[in-house]
Design a binder for this molecule. Structure first.
Ligand SMILES: C[S@@+](CC[C@H](N)C(=O)[O-])C[C@H]1O[C@@H](n2cnc3c(N)ncnc32)[C@H](O)[C@@H]1O
Length: 276
């Protein structure tokens, strides 16, 4: 048996990180660990994860979970780690959908399923579709649907809108997305824990960074009902371009809590995709 204090001290990690890792490895609370000891197997696993953390692996992947709004989700290398600013996008979506009976929601680029699942949680009668081009990410989203008990979300594999059933055309209340929005040249400049561990396809959109947003802007109008809302997370340096791309939806830019322009929100005119 090994004393937790010994493991924490030898880990070489900041105290809050080593405590979180030890809790994840043992499944015990901080208080429970204070008074007890851990097995040799748990100590070995903790040392393995501490070494991975020292080499830059994100803490959430090593803990195996992340909090997103009201949900605790599994996190691993199959999908991007959901970020706090994306929780703000979820909050904006909840406000936009309030009062809509049985809303129809499409979450493009769903990754771990965070937005789709948190919206299904907020609106149990919503009909939620989520798509992703990465089969591995969708597998994690499926595990998160099981983990949260939110099994009603339709998880579809494919490019943006292409896997959606045709009968949704013109009927969607909300199209939401946190798409890849970095330019290829920005990838090398990312912090090592992001660049070397999170999926590149979740981060980089193409040469200019606005490729996926442009495709969403081009097609959202075919799927939204008149008055339906489209909202996306964007790069803090991409707000002018996002305003241009979503001009047909009378787009507004919203800031995150740090005051950075991070969200584009638009509405399809009441006369539909062909209206002004
Ligand atoms: C920035 S991550 C967002 C993941 C998750 N929604 C979140 O908020 O953490 C972008 C996701 O888009 C997916 N993706 C990239 N290109 C796509 C495309 N053309 N169609 C559908 N999904 C795509 C990636 O596989 C990745 O899971």
């Amino acid at each position: 048996m090994v004393a937790p204090s010994t493991l924490l001290a030898e880990s070489g990690l900041p105290r809050h990180e080593s405590e979180r890792l030890l809790q994840a490895v043992t499944g015990r609370s901080r208080m429970a660990l204070l008074g007890g000891e851990v097995s040799e197997e748990e100590a070995a696993e903790f040392r393995r994860r501490a070494a991975a953390r020292r080499s830059g692996e994100p803490l959430q992947y090593l803990e195996g979970s992340v909090q997103f709004g009201p949900l605790e989700l599994a996190a691993d290398r199959r999908a991007l780690i959901p970020r706090p600013e994306t929780e703000q996008l979820w909050e904006l979506a909840v406000k936009a959908l309030e009062g809509t009976p049985a809303p129809v929601v499409v979450d493009l680029c769903t990754g771990s399923g965070n937005l789709a699942l948190a919206l299904q949680h907020a609106f149990p009668d919503a009909v939620v579709y989520a798509t992703d081009i990465s089969a591995a990410a969708l597998e994690l989203a499926g595990e998160n649907a099981t983990r949260t008990g939110l099994r009603g979300v339709h998880l579809l594999h494919g490019d943006l809108f292409s896997p959606l059933p045709q009968h949704l055309m013109g009927r969607v209340d909300l199209v939401i997305a946190n798409p890849p929005y970095l330019a290829a040249a920005e990838f090398a400049g990312l912090p090592g824990d992001v660049r070397d561990h999170e999926p590149p396809g979740a981060l980089v959109a193409g040469e200019t960074g606005d490729e996926v947003l442009a495709l969403i802007a081009a097609s959202a109008g075919e799927w939204l009902r008149p008055g339906g809302v489209v909202m996306c997370e964007i790069s803090e340096f991409g707000s002018e371009r996002a305003r241009e791309l979503f001009a047909a939806y009378r787009a507004e830019i919203r800031n995150d809590l740090a005051g950075r322009a991070r969200f584009v929100i638009g509405t399809l005119s009441d006369s539909g995709a062909d209206g002004d």
